[in-house]
Unconditional design. Structure first.
Length: 219
């Protein structure tokens, strides 16, 4: 599938093509065929650098340009949130109003009412929910990067509660979980009520071997 064939506004096709992407990768094509742009929830389980981020961006473009609602993009660390904010703002400014929310956990960040695309950590979103941020009711898409952290003893419980509450508060919410390392993808997709998108394609072939005393023996 070519970028020109994706049902999104031409301005965004040009942005994606300008980043050097002309044709969709296998997982991206599968996601679209399985209802990504029809606002279906999905769990994307594919190797590193296989194009998971663009899948999330396409869903965000569709939600925002069709006035369905705001997008929240959850990342595990503040440093990653800042990096993602700079990357997306450079790419989509001035089409989207993109905000970074990783600061004061005792604030509702009411100014976010004016923003389309909000990048935050799970801990920050948990705080926003507990403080009943009024703009949360306008959220239509939540992207959870590194969703395998549900199994992490320290971060997992917060993430699990967040997803549960969001699904209760927002009945028509679209959830996208992204990860390269999920041990139980079928069980997780069932819990998320999401379609599982799996693929093994990667841009660089992965070779496995054993390193010993300066030599590597490949299998």
């Amino acid at each position: 599938m070519q970028i020109k064939d994706i049902p999104i506004p031409d301005a965004f096709k040009k942005i994606i093509q300008g980043a050097g992407v002309k044709e969709l990768r296998p997982a991206q094509k599968k996601a679209i065929e399985e209802g990504l742009l029809d606002f279906k929830s999905q769990l994307i389980c594919t190797p590193t650098a296989s194009g998971k981020t663009l899948i999330a961006e396409l869903a965000a473009i569709k939600n925002i340009t069709e006035n369905r609602g705001k997008v929240i993009y959850i990342v595990p660390l503040k440093a990653l949130a800042t990096e993602k904010f700079k990357e997306l703002k450079k790419r989509y400014n001035p089409f989207f109003k993109i905000a970074l929310s990783i600061g004061d956990i005792d604030s509702t960040d009411s100014y976010l009412t004016e923003y389309d695309f909000i990048i935050c950590t799970a801990e920050k979103l948990d705080s926003l929910i507990r403080h009943q941020a009024p703009w949360l009711k306008y959220v239509s898409l939540v992207v959870i990067d590194e969703i395998h952290l549900l199994n992490d003893p320290s971060r997992g419980p917060t993430l699990e509660i967040l997803i549960t509450i969001l699904r209760q508060l927002l009945k028509n919410i679209q959830i996208l979980g992204l990860s390269a390392t999920i041990g139980n993808p079928k069980e997780l997709s069932t819990w998320l009520q999401a379609t599982l998108i799996e693929d093994t394609w990667r841009p660089v072939t992965l070779h496995k071997g054993v390193y010993l005393e300066g030599d590597v023996e490949f299998k």
